[in-house]
Design a protein around this ligand. Sequence first.
Ligand SMILES: NC(=O)C1=CN([C@@H]2O[C@H](COP(=O)(O)OP(=O)(O)OC[C@H]3O[C@@H](n4cnc5c(N)ncnc54)[C@H](OP(=O)(O)O)[C@@H]3O)[C@@H](O)[C@H]2O)C=CC1
Ligand SMILES: CC(C)(CO)C(=O)C(=O)O
Length: 295
Amino acid sequence: MAVLGPGGVGGLVGALLARAGHRVVCLAGAETAGTLRKDGLHVTSGRFGAFRVPVEADTELREPAGLLFVTVKETALADALERVPAAALGGGLVLPLLNGADHLGPLRERYPAEQVAAATIRVESTRVAPGRIEHTSPFAGIELAGRTVPRERLDHTAALLREAGFGATVRDDETALLWDKLVFLAPMALLTTRYGATVGAVREQRRPELLALLDEIAAVARAAGAAAEPGEVLGFLEGAPGSMKSSMQRDAEAGRPLELDAIGGSVLRAAERHGLPAPLTAEIVAELRARTARS
Ligand SMILES: NC(=O)C1=CN([C@@H]2O[C@H](COP(=O)(O)OP(=O)(O)OC[C@H]3O[C@@H](n4cnc5c(N)ncnc54)[C@H](OP(=O)(O)O)[C@@H]3O)[C@@H](O)[C@H]2O)C=CC1
Ligand SMILES: CC(C)(CO)C(=O)C(=O)O
């Protein structure tokens, strides 16, 4: 199997699958690929322990892979996909673990639609240096669905992920799956980034704004097809470790591009499609956009 983008998410997925005995090829830029070939992937995790595992690495997919995890940031997706020509993929299943709701279209234009599933991952995992991954959440759960993909293929993939240590379930509705993640991720990412604060600090110090944003985004998610019951979403946010940071917040701290279009933009486009107001989302997205343009 192949992992396009062996960072926080991809590095953890690749390392656990390699540890479970699978042949894993990580696809990355020349420098990172060189480091991985030499040193393998190093993981520290409260749930999975600290371990190092050898992996293969290359700058391009050169032979068919049964399974391709797409784990780059959305801001790097178009460039990164150049490393996986459709002809090289063969009959492999593409499993994008990106946040956001709008990346399946471009993937299904590039690869056969019956080979592109929808998936989300709930995890906090950070690439602290090339090939060095810190997994800091007590949870590591993957959900899969796929309007266009045969169910048995998804069931087989989920079983393989469970064997490697992830929680993994297959769902029927891919739109609900993507929005069930976005409905808690978007408020968490936007507010932790706006205030440079952990999830716990946002929960305690920005509670009215958190609740207002959650209501706004939950209404959009319901219109898009998710259950998005605000009490349930709040329950997940309340249960997240207080020290947790969002990946968008970590990108802001490091001066990297933000996935604003994938996360906030997905909400705003859906709000417009369904004729719903989303003024607070729009305000925060505009503020963060202006902030990144200045820096
Ligand atoms: N981190 C998290 O806890 C979570 C993240 N997500 C989502 O998962 C996705 C991935 O995020 P995350 O793992 O944090 O991202 P990272 O920035 O940690 O990792 C991205 C990886 O992609 C590589 N990369 C960048 N550009 C290219 C390219 N052109 N070709 C090949 N590889 C490239 C990077 O290489 P290099 O190592 O050389 O920089 C890096 O290894 C995002 O959509 C994010 O929102 C979802 C849930 C949780
Ligand atoms: C909030 C979190 C860590 C949950 O999976 C996430 O998806 C992200 O920060 O991108």
